[in-house]
Design a protein around this ligand. Sequence first.
Ligand code: ATP
Ligand code: MG
Length: 216
Amino acid sequence: MIKKIDIQLTDIEKSYDRVVLDKVSLQLDNTSFVSIVGKSGAGKSTLMNILGLIENYDKGMYRINDTIIKRGHDYAKLRRECIGFIFQSYNLIPTLNCRENILLPQLYGKSDAGNFDEIVEDLGLGGLLDKQVVYLSGGEKQRVGIARCLLLNPSLIIADEPTGNLDKDNTEKVMRLLKRENEKGRAIVVITHSDEVAGYTDKIFRLESGKLNEND
Ligand SMILES: Nc1ncnc2c1ncn2[C@@H]1O[C@H](COP(=O)(O)OP(=O)(O)OP(=O)(O)O)[C@@H](O)[C@H]1O
Ligand SMILES: [Mg+2]
């Protein structure tokens, strides 16, 4: 079962040496399948890190279900319970095999993890489990990354350029997989430079000059 998630970001501001996010608002629930596009340096990863409870914001309001996210608190538990990440460069451990990579986050404990066998079967990884990930193709590596993410049964998946290193066929495969997970009831946010990738999602947002606007 996928837990209910209801996310509200309101007027989020974040600056480093300059303003990166300027009153950004975004609402997500289990039905959301959105992409965020924008130039390099526009603040996409910053926004994802805030959404993913990795980084603090300066001003505004961020709520996940009944929890108001405040500065300086530790949200590791909430993050583990609700949020899964998929990365452009896969973030796998090269010396471990596929099985170990997929199971690794479970070492950090989560009671309602997904079904390993079902996920592996579903992603076509059955024949690869004993292979060291260093020998896999990019598309295979990303499917291992997706399996690792799904095993924690996240209500929200944050994918930062998940197809950035993939060819057209594998890009399509990954986006179809994400679409399917969305249809099961997971909120999905994809960061991408590619209009083609963004085209798979239901809503496209553009981040520009600190502002997040829905594309029309
Ligand atoms: N920890 C940090 N300290 C200082 N500046 C930072 C930090 N993180 C990001 N920035 C700056 O904030 C701006 C936005 O960075 P961010 O990584 O969010 O951009 P992005 O849209 O993800 O870019 P890309 O498409 O290249 O990944 C950049 O100017 C970056 O240099
Ligand atoms: Mg980035």
